[in-house]
Design a protein around this ligand. Structure first.
Ligand code: TMP
Ligand code: ASP
Length: 239
């Protein structure tokens, strides 16, 4: 691919985004920087960028093969992904299969409680406000999405959940919850954007309940690099 990487135009918490010689494409550089609780906690996880890009690429290829459109185009090397330029929908879409994290805290429900059916939640993507929970109705009212888009986000998130739950279960991993971000092409088509990785999912090993995701960093459990490497090993054994 004879794509020239130009200037950076966005510095995120875990990725830096670059313009390219093709106005419809961008390059995302996956960093080792880790933050939690809206940057109150920050550090580095050695090799994280490499693991997260490899896992995201494998999962996006799997999802594409099942008909879910993503922004993935290609990779340039082990830290740089070429992706479609999209307008990011300012909603984080979280799917939960078991209670954990902020859901456990918000409703005082024990971590690990199995939910009778998956729950989809929207959060407003706004760091200054700490990414608050938002209803679909409020998101529509303040112009963040159309009614059709909120329905599409909900449907796509549930579809991704079914595909990934089955994929990870075959690797002896239970997908507890995860966060998705979506972007829009100029014609309005919704694409899965950002990443799906141990940063954006909770993964518990079946049987032991061992956490193999960013909760090891959030909760100072240690063994973070090993957990990320273990997730990559399992994903690569299946793809
Ligand atoms: P939560 O329990 O903290 O709301 O997180 C739910 C899921 O979303 C969990 O798998 C972690 C992921 N997540 C992110 O990827 N980014 C975020 O900023 C937050 C708050 C959660
Ligand atoms: N990624 C978010 C942050 O930095 C929250 C989290 O993952 O816990 O702060």
């Amino acid at each position: 691919m004879s794509l020239q990487v130009l200037d950076s135009f966005y510095e995120g918490k875990a990725k830096t985004l670059f313009n390219t010689s093709d106005p419809t494409l961008i390059v995302q550089y996956f960093k080792d920087d880790a933050t939690a609780f809206n940057r109150q906690k920050f550090g580095q996880i050695a090799g994280k960028g490499v693991v997260n890009l490899a896992i995201t690429k494998a999962l996006y290829k799997l999802l594409e093969s099942k008909g879910v459109k993503t922004h993935l185009v290609d990779t340039l090397d082990e830290r740089r992904m070429v992706s479609r330029r999209v307008e990011i929908v300012p909603l984080e879409v979280v799917v939960r299969n078991r209670v954990a994290g902020t859901f456990a805290k918000r409703y005082a429900v024990p971590e690990g409680t199995v939910l009778p059916a998956p729950i989809v939640e929207f959060f407003l993507k706004k760091d200054e406000l700490g990414d608050p929970l938002i209803t679909a109705e409020a998101a529509i009212a303040i112009g963040l999405a159309t009614p059709q888009e909120t329905q599409d986000l909900d449907r796509l998130a549930r579809q991704v959940n079914e595909i990934l739950k089955a994929f990870f279960l075959a690797l002896n991993i239970e997908l507890i919850d995860f966060k998705l971000e979506f972007g829009k092409l100029p014609d309005g088509t919704l694409l899965l954007a950002d990443e799906i990785s141990p940063d954006s999912c909770r993964f518990w090993e079946v049987g032991t309940g061992k956490k193999l995701d960013k909760d090891r960093f959030r909760q100072d459990l240690g063994g973070i690099e090993d957990a990320y490497a273990e997730m990559l090993r399992r994903v690569q054994s299946a793809t």
